[in-house]
Design a binder for this molecule. Structure first.
Ligand code: TZP
Ligand code: MG
Length: 211
């Protein structure tokens, strides 16, 4: 199980989120101080089947050596096959109750939630953490909805949600603190790290504004 500190700088990446070799990108991000990693292989030119699995395994090794939790986006079969530390599902992905039936209690289960109703349902179904967003405008997720802002994290806290919450979407050094101040335990970022010219430095800069 993940501890709360491990949500602080939650990096997400698939092969199409970086122009670099994904393994090199992840190594640099680890050196910069990410505390958690999610493998999210989606969208244009995403790898599938054995190509997806092989990449996931290589990234998992990097995480394991660094003691960084390795979480798989949506793909329960892959998460189980690899013995991932966790699985993350969106509202349109595999229902949480089905995930919980298939995964042992040692696997961290995250769910995207941005309304009180979604969050309360996720709590009831046994989620271990929530991802709330998009916080700000993002061009990384093709079907991203309108930004909901850090106020949404504040609203979830005021609704009595005590689970770890990570904000996601359009987060960088300029706005990460506002997400934390609203009550988040961490920030999830893709492009602010994966597309940075210096990935290690970008991760380090984010860590610096989070502590
Ligand atoms: N879910 C909501 S926004 C988003 C996802 C996967 C994309 C986040 O990417 P970025 O580059 O950090 O805005
Ligand atoms: Mg999804």
């Amino acid at each position: 199980m993940m501890n709360k500190e491990q949500y602080l700088l939650y990096f997400i990446m698939g092969s199409n989120n970086t122009d670099k070799d994904p393994e090199e990108a992840l190594r640099e991000a680890v050196q910069g101080g990410i505390t958690c990693f999610q493998f999210r292989e989606k969208g244009e030119d995403a790898r599938e089947a054995s190509g997806k699995k092989e990449l996931a395994q290589r990234l998992q090794v990097i995480c394991r050596e660094a003691g960084v939790p390795f979480i798989v986006n949506d793909d329960v079969d892959l998460a189980l096959e690899l013995g991932a530390d966790g699985i993350h599902a969106g509202q349109e992905d595999t229902p949480l109750r089905d995930i919980k039936k298939r995964c042992s209690g040692s696997m961290t289960v995250g769910v995207s939630a941005k309304t009180k109703a979604e969050a309360e349902q996720a709590v009831q179904d046994g989620a271990d953490y929530l991802g709330a967003g998009p916080m700000f405008a993002t061009s990384t997720k093709e079907d991203a909805e309108a930004p909901v802002g850090p106020e949404t994290v504040r609203m979830l806290r005021q609704s009595g949600i005590t689970l770890p919450i990570v904000g996601i979407g359009g987060i960088g050094t300029e706005n990460a603190a506002s997400v934390m101040e609203a009550g988040a335990d961490g920030v999830s970022v893709i492009s602010a790290i994966s597309r940075a010219p210096d990935i290690q430095q970008a991760a380090q800069s984010l860590r610096n504004v989070l502590r």
